[in-house]
Write a protein that binds this ligand. Structure first.
Ligand SMILES: Cc1ncc(COP(=O)(O)O)c(C=O)c1O
Length: 444
């Protein structure tokens, strides 16, 4: 039995070209037949009308005044689904903003946006909501749609959550090697996981699975995030924008405008949503807030070099070891990635061992375990703090707690896994802790 057959058996259907018809296939055939009949009749009717009286343009289009109405996805279901999504959005509230002061300089402030506190435990809850809502309002998602996404985990956890709320099947397609605990979380939220066969990209495998499914829809964070307007814009009460939420939280305490935001890029969606917000709202209502975005890039990733050179054909065969961030390329904005190059003021390359050390140090400072991409963010924030301190300035940096360490107990919190991966966080931990205490940066 091949992978497609196995997948179809798991989801209770048959490949579209299988000889024996399944219930889903029967249903879609019947729907196809109905649609064809409807199409034929709607084609035939204007024909009749034309022959009677209607003038016809050179292109064969009807010009006479007339009306037509068609029904696509079940409108009552779609309306209920959108109502449910808004209820979810309202209930999820605002994630906390933690504050840290490096002991060596009371004028330096580090704020951590605690996205692990979102309902599905990561920064990707926002975009998962946006992508599902986008599919609903665009008419791409109906009561029988099977949702898909090629994702390394956190996006899938959010999407599985919303799909299950809507009563829709959901499959996350991923490359081998993703943390077992993350896979377990996707399944706990009601999703399914399909691992791409070795040598095949998750995107290609997803397309095969989608085509074998009666009504498959690829949520596709890499292409569709751009269209999720709520994600980029900043309605004061209802927006999804992370930076907007941070600004409101800082304003509540009359705190000054931040100097920097620091973020990693997996799809690039989070970083780009921040970059655009910073630009668009910098001077709104006399705010005068020229904050900049720094992006951190892990070892096995082409983002740093792509940013430096603008060469969008760069690629490497190894995948990033820091789950959730980095890209093997090619980085083509709008096609394979969502990171807006022009929105990034600085790119910081971070050794993977330093990311792990950063992860451990943040965990010590906040009192709970965080994930590895939070460590990469923290390293970037420390580099910027170091520069500000060296220049004798105070200031504010905002970065993100992307998710919690409990999702990675089998990897980054497992000494055997760390040793097998050849990572050595200890010297970095000493250096980063030393800097946090004294303000002196030690080379490793
Ligand atoms: C843990 C973690 N950190 C950071 C990111 C990066 O977010 P984005 O895809 O918006 O660039 C992701 C994305 O999945 C993630 O899972």
């Amino acid at each position: 039995m091949n992978d497609i057959m196995r997948f179809c058996r798991e989801i209770g259907t048959k490949p579209m070209n299988a000889s024996r018809p399944s219930t889903l296939n029967d249903l879609s055939r019947r729907r196809f037949l109905n649609q064809s009949l409807f199409l034929l009749s709607s084609l035939a009717l204007p024909q009749l009308a034309r022959s009677e009286s209607a003038p016809v343009t050179a292109g064969g289009l009807t010009q006479a005044p007339r009306e037509t109405a068609q029904t696509f996805a079940d409108p009552t279901w779609v309306r209920d689904a959108i109502r449910l999504m808004w209820a979810e959005r309202k209930r999820s509230g605002v994630t906390p903003l933690l504050h840290l002061n490096p002991p060596f300089n009371q004028d330096l402030h580090l704020y951590l946006k605690h996205e692990a506190k979102s309902p599905t435990g990561s920064l990707k809850h926002r975009v998962a909501w946006g992508l599902v809502m986008g599919g609903l309002v665009n008419g791409a998602i109906g009561p029988k749609t099977h949702l898909f996404e090629a994702t390394s985990g956190n996006t899938a956890i959010g999407e599985a959550y919303f799909a299950t709320k809507l009563g829709l099947p959901y499959t996350a397609v991923m490359r081998p090697g993703i943390s077992e605990l993350k896979i377990k979380a996707i399944k706990q939220y009601g999703g399914q996981v399909a691992i791409a066969p070795p040598g095949m990209s998750p995107g290609v495998y997803l397309e095969q699975l989608r085509q074998a499914t009666a009504e498959g829809y690829n949520l596709n964070q890499f292409a569709n995030t751009e269209k999720v307007l709520d994600y980029f814009d900043a309605d004061p009460d209802r927006n999804m924008n992370l930076a907007a939420e941070v600004y409101r939280q800082l304003a509540m305490e009359d705190l000054p405008c931040p100097d920097w935001f620091v973020a990693g890029a997996g799809s690039g969606g989070t970083a780009t949503s921040i970059a655009r917000y910073l630009r668009k709202w910098a001077d709104f209502d006399g705010r005068n807030c020229p904050a900049r975005l720094a992006v951190v890039d892990p070892e096995d990733s082409v983002l740093f070099d792509w940013y430096q050179t603008g060469n969008d054909s760069l690629s490497i065969t190894t995948g990033s070891r820091i789950e959730g961030i980095g890209s093997s390329g090619p980085v083509v904005f709008g096609k394979t990635f969502r990171l807006l190059r022009e929105g990034v003021a600085q790119m910081i390359k971070v050794p993977d061992s330093a990311s792990l050390a950063g992860m451990q140090l943040v965990s010590d400072l906040v009192g709970f375990e965080v994930g590895p991409s939070t460590g990469t963010n923290f390293y970037g924030a420390l580099r910027l703090l170091e520069r500000m301190h060296r220049e004798g300035r105070g200031g504010t940096i905002v970065t993100i707690i992307c998710d919690e360490g409990s999702r990675y107990r089998d990897k980054y919190y497992n000494p055997e896994w760390i040793a097998q991966a050849g990572l050595q966080p200890e010297p970095w931990k000493t250096a980063l802790s030393g800097f946090w205490e004294t303000g002196q940066w030690q080379a490793v």
